[in-house]
Each structure stands twice: as C-alpha cells, then as structure tokens.
Design a binder for this molecule. Structure first.
Ligand code: F6P
Length: 319
C-alpha cells in the first residue's frame, strides 16, 4: 500500500475531521501517502483532490464539519460517473480508499471494492441509522446539541406553561429523538419506527396537567410527522398553548464530543492498518468500547433493531 485516498460523503457529522486526521497521520507514520478527495465521490469523478501532509490536518480534531467537504453524488451511482471515478483513482495511483459516511457512502464503497479498489468504510452520520454498529460518528455530538436546545426550550416552556414540540433530524431512524427524549426528560417522543396517535399525545399532556405538570416537551423525529401540524393539532384539540421549534442544521455542526473524537481517531487509524493488511470491503463499527470490522455487504444488509427498552423507559419516566 503506497497511496491511500480519503473522502467524506453524505451529510457531514462531527468527528469526521478527527477520522481524516487519523487516516493522514497514521498513514504518513507508516510511510503511506495520503490524498484527500474533496466533496465525496463527486471529487473522485472530477479528480478534485488535495495532497495531505502532517500539517494539513493540524488544528482540526476539535472542529465540526469536514475539511474535505461533502456531497451526495448521483453521478457516481451511474455507470459513466463511476467509470470516470475509477479511471481517476488509477491515474492518481491510489491503491486503497477510506470512505467516511452513511449508508449511501457505504454502497459507493462496496462498488469500489467490487471494482478492485481496496476500500474500508467508517460510519459517519448523526442519524445513527447503520444497523450493524451500535453508534456512528457524530451521533453523540448531535445528541448533546439537541439537549442544549431542549434545556433552553424547557425554561421558556415552564415559564409559560406550554407544550413545546421540538423537531430533530432523522428521516427513517428516530434515534436522535429517542435518546434525546430519555436524556432530556421529554414527555413523549414521536419517531418513524412507532406509529403515533394524536389522541394519545393529547391524553398524555392532559394527564400531566391533571397532576399539576404545567408544561410538556415532545420530541419529534423529522421523518415521523410535521412539527407545525402536530403543534397546531394539539392546541386545537385540548386548548393548551403549544409552540414548535425545528432544530435543523444546528445538529450537524459543532465541536465533536470526546467520544466522537476518540471514535474517529481510532477508526481512522484502524482503517489504514486494514488497508495495509490487504483487507477490503469492510465496514468499521463499535460495540461497547470495542471497535470491530465486518464485511461491507453484511453490514449494509443488517436490520436495525428498534430500541424498545429506551422507548418504554422514556414513557415510564415521564409519567
Ligand atoms: O443523514 C443525516 C441528515 O442530517 C438527516 O438527518 C437529514 O434528514 C439529512 O441528512 C438532510 O440531508 P441534506 O443536508 O442533504 O438535505
């Protein structure tokens, strides 16, 4: 292994920079050249790259986002775009790739492996929607960001005796809402995995009010419903003053947590080590404090187990 390419693709996630830094520094330490591909797979098609040196990754471990830039590339999924990317990889003399991103990124990684380019995937997405790994890079930072907002909204919610619906990210996976619900003491979480019933939501608010609880926090995952509609409906049905907030892209940025920096650093180094050992088509994951690797196809076909325990506990603790 003489030259490794590294890219970040899909939605950015805090901790990606820590992973890039680790790939570059661990690579250089092992006499491997590292080339940064800008804006994900799009950069491979356009041969938009940057030489990475020890100093090119200085002062980035604590920064959110990705210094390489990120994109979602439709062109890479098509034959012509993909072949162009392959030609560029060969022209650039890249022997192996480390790709950091979510499931779309991993599908791209798999295609590269199948085409003979040794590729390792690092799970980077705030959504925590990759089933094979307990956590993805960026998830815990996003969770902390959400909690900061929940606490601020809770203050005003309490002052005004209101119900506040807070929409967080997560199209198909409600993990951000679910974990923020438990950690933020929400009265209810509404997530794509469990169909919600507006009557139940209203009953829960009224039960709380009956025993003197004046305000309530409802955390909604973006894929489970519309914050404004739900908020209006609650107010209409039970006459409780209700407001909504959409946290949006604040969740994607910010200083990565200690956990995400550690995870990014360890996975970045491990990915380089694996490429040096001629491994390919593997996805890195974490379970407990253990980092593991798994066949990419197996990782992609794993079905996410819904964390019902956390869901039920959130309900019990918010009675
Ligand atoms: O995958 C991460 C994520 O932030 C999702 O939670 C969200 O639905 C999506 O990306 C938004 O993507 P984009 O920034 O490309 O619109």
């Amino acid at each position: 292994m003489k030259k490794i390419g590294v890219l970040t693709s899909g939605g950015d996630a805090p901790g990606m920079n820590a992973a890039i830094r680790a790939v570059v520094r661990y690579g250089i330490y092992n006499n491997i050249n590292v080339i940064g591909i800008k804006e994900g797979f799009k950069g491979l098609i356009e041969s938009n790259t940057m030489e990475m040196s020890l100093s090119s990754v200085a002062d980035i471990i604590h920064r959110g986002g990705t210094i390489l830039g990120s994109a979602r590339s439709k062109e890479f999924q098509e034959k012509e775009g993909f072949n162009k990317a392959l030609r560029n990889i060969k022209y650039l003399g890249i022997d192996g790739m480390v790709v950091i991103g979510g499931d779309g990124t991993f599908k791209g990684a798999q295609k590269l492996s199948e085409a003979g380019i040794a590729t390792i995937g690092i799970p980077g997405t705030i959504d925590n929607d990759l089933a094979y790994t307990q956590y993805t890079l960026g998830f815990f930072t996003a969770l902390s960001t959400v909690l900061e907002s929940v606490e601020k909204i809770r203050d005003t919610s309490s002052s005004h005796g209101r119900t506040n619906v807070i929409e967080v990210m997560g199209r198909d996976c409600g993990d951000i809402a679910l974990y923020a619900g438990l950690a933020g003491g929400a009265e209810m979480v509404i997530i794509p995995e469990i169909e919600y019933n507006i009557e139940e939501v209203c009953d829960k608010i009224m039960q709380g009010r009956a025993r003197g609880k004046k305000h309530s926090i409802i955390i909604l995952a973006e894929g489970a419903g519309d914050a404004r509609e739900i908020s209006d409906e609650i107010e209409k049905r039970i006459g409780v003053s209700t407001r909504y907030s959409v946290l949006g892209y604040t969740q994607r940025g910010g200083t990565p947590s200690a956990f995400d920096r550690l995870l990014g650093s360890k996975m970045g180094a491990r990915a380089v080590e694996m490429l040096s050992n001629s491994m390919t088509n593997r996805a890195l994951g974490v379970r407990g404090s253990e980092i593991f690797d798994m066949d990419m196809e197996e990782a992609l076909s794993a079905k996410k187990q819904f964390d019902n325990e956390t869901y039920e506990l959130t309900k019990i603790l918010s009675i």
